[in-house]
Design a protein around this ligand. Structure first.
Ligand code: FAD
Ligand code: SF4
Length: 462
C-alpha cells in the first residue's frame, strides 16, 4: 500500500446519506493492511511527545511498533498495561487534543492516527479471542465500587488484578454508565464493543450488581460496617442535567439530552418495536454545542427529524470534537450559531411549537479565555419546532453525598477527592471520574479509576 508519510491513511466510513438513516457505526476502522501502513508513519521517537499527551501514559510507540510488526497480541498487551477499555478509548477519546495533538508528525503534516490504531488493536484482539488474564491468587479483601462507568470499571479491573474481591453496585439495569446510556450506538456499538469490554472486566473476577441505588437501597456506611467491604470507590458520574430556566421550559416536547439519549440508547426507544417508545420529532432544536449536543442532534436526525443546533458562540468556540461537528454537518444537521434561546413557545395543548431566540455577537474573552457572547438588541426571531433538547451540561447527583456523613462536596456538588489517589474526606472512601471533576471525558475518568485503585490498595495495606 502506498504511503504519503505526511498524511493519515484515510479511514473508511459509512456514506453520510446512508448513515443519517441508520444507527450502525459511522466509522468502519482500519483493516490489517491499512493499520500496518499507518503504523509505518510513526517515527518511534526517543522522547515520544504522544505519551506525554495521553492521560494514562500508554506506551504508544511500543504498541505502534508491534502493529507494524503484525503482532496484535503484543500491541494489546502494551496497551493493556495502561488502559482497560482500549476499544472504547480508540473510538471516543479526544485524541486531537491529547496524544495526536502532541505527535511530532503533526508539526509538518498530519499526526499519526493513534486512536484509530488503538481501536484496530482492541477490535482485532477481541476477534482473536485475546482476553486479559485474571490474578492467580486472591487476597481475601473486599472492595465496593459504586457506578459501572469508565471510572468504576477501571478501578474495579485494577483492584481485581491486584487480587481484591470487587463488587460493583450500579443503579441502572445495565452496566457501562455513559458508555451504555449516553454515547449513541452509531459512535460506540453496545453489544459488540461496550459489553465485550465489560465482559473482560468480569473475566478478572469482578461482580456487577445492577439495580442497586447506593444511598437508597444501601448506604456507604452499611457497605463498610455491615457488608464487610474494607473500602469503597465512588464513580457515580455526573448525571444530573442542567436547564436554562427560561419561560416555557415546562412545555411537552422539551427534553434534557440525558433523557433523550438514555431512552434512545438504553431503552432502544428509536426502534418501532420498543416497549418504551419516544416522541419522533419532525423538527428538533438542540440547545448547546458540546459532544452531548452532537449526539442528541445526530440521534434526532436518525429518527427522521430536521435538526437545528442552536449555540450562543461561534463555530470556533464549539466545545464538541471537530470530528463530531464534521460528521453532524455531513449528515445534514443545521447549525444556528451566535444564537441564544430566550423562550420556548407552545400550542394550546401545551406542546412545543417553537423557540424564540436572540442573535449574539462576541465580546471580550471571559475567565475561560473564550470570547463571551453579547445579545444584539432587537434581533429576536423564532424557529418553528416540535421538540427542544437541552444539552447544557450536567452535574453530580447529590444522593450519595447527602446520605454519607463526612463526605465533603464542593460548591458545584462534586465530591472532594485527591487527584493523585482518589482519597476523599471520609476514611476508606475514594472517588473519581465525573463525580469529582464534573462532566469530563472517558479517559480522565479511567485515569481517576486507576488512581483510586492505587489509593485503595495503599490504604488497605497501610
Ligand atoms: P459515568 O459514565 O456517568 O458512570 C457513572 C455510573 O454510576 C452510571 O452508570 C450511574 O448509573 C451510576 N450511579 C450513579 N449514581 C449511583 C448510585 N447512587 N448508586 C449506584 N450507581 C450509581 N467523553 C469522551 O471522552 N468522549 C466522548 O466522545 C464523549 N461523549 C459523550 C457523550 C455523551 C452523550 C455524554 C453524556 C458524555 C460523553 N462523554 C464523552 C463524557 C464521558 O462519557 C464521561 O466523562 C464519562 O463516562 C465519566 O465516567 P464516570 O465513570 O465518571 O461516570
Ligand atoms: Fe510516533 Fe508521533 Fe508518538 Fe513520535 S510522537 S512516537 S511519531 S506517534
Amino acid at each position: 500500500m502506498e504511503v504519503d508519510v505526511m498524511k493519515k491513511i484515510p479511514v473508511r466510513e459509512q456514506d453520510p446519506k446512508v448513515r443519517a438513516t441508520n444507527f450502525e457505526e459511522v466509522c468502519l476502522g482500519y483493516n490489517k493492511e491499512e493499520a500496518e501502513a499507518e503504523a509505518s508513519r510513526c517515527l518511534n521517537c526517543k522522547n515520544p511527545r504522544c505519551v506525554e499527551g495521553c492521560p494514562v501514559s500508554i506506551q504508544i510507540p511500543q504498541f505502534i511498533q508491534a502493529v507494524k510488526d503484525g503482532d496484535v497480541a503484543e500491541a494489546y498487551r502494551v496497551i493493556g498495561e495502561s488502559s482497560s477499555l482500549p476499544a472504547i478509548c480508540g473510538r471516543v477519546c479526544p485524541q486531537e487534543t491529547q496524544c495526536e495533538g502532541k505527535c511530532v508528525r503533526g508539526i509538518k503534516g498530519e499526526a499519526v492516527a493513534i486512536g484509530k490504531l488503538e481501536r484496530y488493536v482492541a477490535d482485532t484482539a477481541r476477534e482473536m479471542g485475546i482476553h486479559p488474564t485474571p490474578p492467580k491468587e486472591k487476597n481475601g479483601k473486599r472492595v465496593a465500587v459504586i457506578g459501572s462507568g469508565p471510572a468504576g470499571l477501571t478501578c474495579a479491573g485494577d483492584l481485581a488484578k491486584m487480587g481484591y474481591d470487587v463488587t460493583i453496585f450500579e443503579a441502572l439495569h445495565e452496566a457501562g454508565g455513559v458508555l451504555t446510556y449516553g454515547i449513541p450506538e452509531f459512535r460506540l456499538p453496545k453489544e459488540r464493543v461496550v459489553q465485550k469490554e465489560i465482559d473482560n472486566v468480569k473475566a478478572l473476577g469482578v461482580k456487577i450488581e445492577t439495580d442497586v441505588v447506593v444511598g437508597k437501597s444501601v448506604k456507604i456506611d452499611e457497605l463498610m460496617k455491615k457488608e464487610g467491604f474494607s473500602a469503597v470507590f465512588v464513580g457515580s458520574g455526573a448525571g444530573l442535567p442542567k436547564f436554562m430556566n427560561i419561560p416555557g421550559e415546562q412545555a411537552l416536547g422539551v427534553f434534557s439530552a440525558n433523557e433523550f439519549l438514555t431512552r434512545s440508547n438504553l431503552m432502544k426507544a428509536f426502534s418501532p418495536d420498543s416497549s418504551t417508545p419516544i416522541m419522533r420529532p419532525k423538527k428538533a432544536v438542540i440547545v448547546g454545542g458540546g459532544n452531548v449536543a452532537m449526539d442528541a442532534a445526530r440521534t434526532a436526525l436518525r429518527m427522521g427529524a430536521e435538526v437545528h443546533v442552536v449555540y450562543r458562540r461561534s463555530e470556533a468556540e464549539l466545545p464538541a470534537r471537530v470530528e463530531e461537528v464534521h460528521h453532524a454537518k455531513e449528515e445534514g444537521v443545521i447549525f444556528d450559531l451566535l444564537t441564544n434561546p430566550i423562550e420556548i413557545l407552545s400550542n394550546e395543548e401545551g406542546w412545543v411549537s417553537g423557540i424564540r431566540c436572540i442573535r449574539m455577537e462576541l465580546g471580550e474573552p471571559d475567565e475561560s479565555g473564550r470570547r463571551s457572547p453579547v445579545a444584539v438588541e432587537g434581533s429576536e426571531f423564532e424557529i418553528e419546532c416540535d421538540a427542544v433538547i437541552m444539552s447544557l451540561g450536567t452535574s453530580p447527583n447529590p444522593l450519595i453525598a447527602s446520605t454519607t456523613e463526612g463526605l465533603d462536596v464542593n460548591r458545584r456538588g462534586c465530591i472532594v477527592a485527591d487527584e493523585a489517589n482518589g482519597k476523599s474526606s471520609k476514611d476508606g472512601v475514594y472517588a473519581g471520574g465525573d463525580a469529582v471533576t464534573g462532566a469530563a471525558t472517558v479517559i480522565l475518568a479511567m485515569g481517576a479509576g486507576k488512581a483510586g485503585a492505587k489509593g485503595i490498595d495503599e490504604y488497605i495495606n497501610a
